[in-house]
Design a protein around this ligand. Sequence first.
Ligand code: UDP
Length: 293
Amino acid sequence: MLNKRFRVICIDDLITGSLKNLAHIDSEDFKFINHDITEYIKIDEKVDYIFHFASPASPIDYLQLPIQTLKVGALGTHNVLGLAKAKRAIMILASTSEVYGDPKVHPQPEEYWGNVNPVGPRGVYDEAKRYAEAITMAYHRQQGVNTRIVRIFNTYGPRMRKNDGRAIPAFITQALKGKDITVFGDGSQTRSFCYISDMVDGIFRLAQTNYHLPLNIGNPTEMSILELAKKIKSITGSSSKIVFHDLPVDDPTVRRPDTTKAKKILSWQPRVSFEEGMNKTIKWFKENINGEN
Ligand code: UDP
């Protein structure tokens, strides 16, 4: 956004984030506010777009922060919608493929309602995001707020935390350190990984449209988690052993976005191959392997 000459105000309470990720930004058009958006959000200036991405998003984070995860999806989204209404801003909600739960329809189109366990450990994230979608549509329909909903599928790239717990940062860190690569279950569960620049491009395009219903953005190239572990081991040239741990409760068995709508509405499709995205990500992890997190 900064390189498109927007002024950017970033609000984060740093519950899972780090100021280090902003260290490279040197611009008078950028302002950081340390604030928890479950409390009233006060912005004195004009706002055109609000990208509501606040939430723990890694399974280990939302398992450790279940109440915060529910509160930011519910109270936080409510505050953001109130701000969008007051400022007549466009509000873009970051939703998730987790709204589909452990899907019984594959790949997942936006019309699929999902298969979510509301009281399982992942339910705090899944239901918070489902509620966030519901309240976003309600503000759009009843109050005329100009909203968008992006359902983000698994995304990766530089600056993920090494101890974030998600498969890609976990496997890369383990491979680079020569530690065991921890595959959960038998590794036959699948995911489809999108490189960050493709995701940002899709979301920015969505912000420019007038499309209010949920839209999937993700890379449809699907692979099993065991395949992912083997690929990372091979690209890093690691001698790490692949070991098998228990599968987390309600871990989805398959996941792949149906991106027909994104292609049609946004003229968008992912351009970065798995190999290219992975090489860039591994390069960053190599350069930062000894820092904190
Ligand atoms: N996973 C794994 N080992 C790890 C971390 C994750 O096998 O060290 C598995 C996890 O059980 C899931 C998949 O990798 O099946 C993707 O997990 P991630 O946490 O990246 O995101 P999810 O798609 O589950 O939200």
